[in-house]
Ligand binder design. Structure first.
Ligand code: ATP
Length: 382
């Protein structure tokens, strides 16, 4: 089913009054059930396991971002939640009511969900107001227009009600698509790469506005993005996927500061990667020792150190425990990136990157001392 036919189907089959009434009934039946629950969901395309036993519950008013590398199964999982893909294994429920599972397969337009896609999928021959009214067709004229205008006002587009989609910028079209999804007041909102058609500056602005709109709306929201920074900006919780599996689920601070494995640590930002051995319960690195709980002495380990964990001081003098030679230093805007050569135990030289807030541009060939912030250094079995 295409987004267009879904929207048309929703208008045909489900009045918004009915959705609201059903929401009230379901809320009573749902008790503490999450707004959206995916339970042991798996999905194959031929031999390829695109989604591998994923379980995820999203509460009312919560924003969960699905992130992961290209092809890891994010969009497929979202489409399974929406009913745009037939569920092969597992179950999906909305407010405690099964919408897909072994004996049930509710069409997308009956699930009480709002959808926003990367290409916005606006009807080109309808005005902005009529695009939003389309999903509210079963409301009476005056109430329908009032609700549509109120959704447009929510996204700051009330002044463009009579415009047609081709007269709008990409950012404005994105807002209209969001208004159309919000207008029927769905219990669950599913957004697939909603900002990827926008340039960097506009993207920041639109996603900031979108965050505030979503927070007011109170729907359970799942947003697919491949951009880790975007996920950290938007999400109450992040679901990190790789090769169809859910690798880690938690608050942004959990994924950034307590990654479960090397993949998770690397996904949210650059890391310095060092291979070493564990001794005395610690992994030795040229910039200091890092606790290695659970890894036996003598075993190989990978140490991942974020560039901001290397705390640099100029003019180290003779007493600094760890010194490094500056190979290059570049201002990146909010921070400076310093390329360093650090001497390893075996007489080798290790190249590392340090990121320092603001302007810190020591001369090439000068020496700096390094202290390690252990909270941003992670050890995993090799
Ligand atoms: P991206 O970030 O690039 O959009 P994704 O994480 O959303 O990727 P999916 O689109 O869910 O990934 O795709 C997961 C895997 O399933 C990929 O290998 C993809 O090629 C494959 N796939 C997706 N849809 C189909 C389809 N209709 N038929 C066959 N294979 C598919």
């Amino acid at each position: 089913m295409t987004p267009d036919s879904l929207i048309a189907g929703r208008a045909r089959r489900a009045s918004t009054e009915a959705i609201d009434a059903a929401a009230g009934r379901d809320a009573a039946a749902a008790g503490d059930a999450p707004a959206l629950a995916l339970d042991h969901v798996s999905h194959r395309f031929g031999d390829m396991l695109a989604v591998d036993d994923v379980s995820l519950a999203v509460g009312a008013g919560e924003i969960v971002c699905l992130v992961g590398p290209s092809g890891c199964g994010k969009s497929t999982l979202l489409r399974l939640a929406a009913g745009l893909e037939d569920l092969q294994s597992g179950a999906v429920s909305i407010a405690g009511r099964a919408v897909a599972g072994p004996r049930v397969s509710m069409p997308p337009e009956d699930r009480g969900i709002g959808l926003v896609f990367q290409d916005y999928a606006l009807f080109p021959h309808l005005s902005v107001l009529d695009n939003v009214r389309f999903g509210l067709r079963d409301l009476r004229g005056a109430e329908q227009a009032r609700r549509a205008r109120s959704a447009l006002a929510q996204v700051g587009m009330e002044g463009h009600a009579e415009s047609f989609p081709h007269m709008l910028s990409g950012g404005q079209q994105q807002r209209v698509a969001l208004a159309r999804a919000l207008a029927p007041r769905p219990r669950v909102l599913l957004l697939d790469e909603p900002f990827s058609g926008l340039d960097t500056r506009l993207r920041r602005q639109v996603r900031d506005d979108t965050l505030h709109v979503l927070q007011q709306q109170g729907a359970a929201t799942v947003i697919v993005t491949h951009d880790p920074e975007e996920a950290m900006f938007l999400a109450d919780r992040i679901a990190l996927m790789n090769a169809g599996k859910l690798v880690q689920l938690g608050a942004p601070v959990d994924l950034y500061c307590r990654p479960v494995d090397a993949f998770a640590a690397s996904f949210f930002g650059e890391v310095n990667r060092l291979e070493t051995k564990v001794g005395g319960g610690e992994a030795a690195t040229p910039v200091g020792r890092v606790p290695a709980p659970g890894i036996p002495d003598g075993s190989g380990a990978v140490v991942l150190i974020r560039p901001e964990a290397l705390l640099l001081s100029p003019d180290p003098g003779d007493t600094a425990p760890v010194v490094a030679r500056v190979e290059a230093a570049r201002m990146l805007g909010r921070s400076s990136l310093v390329h360093l050569s650090v001497s390893g135990d075996a007489g080798n030289t290790v190249h590392m990157h340090a990121r320092v807030p603001g302007q810190f541009l020591p001369e090439e060939g000068s020496w700096v001392s390094i202290a390690l912030d252990g909270r941003q250094a992670f050890v995993f079995p090799a």
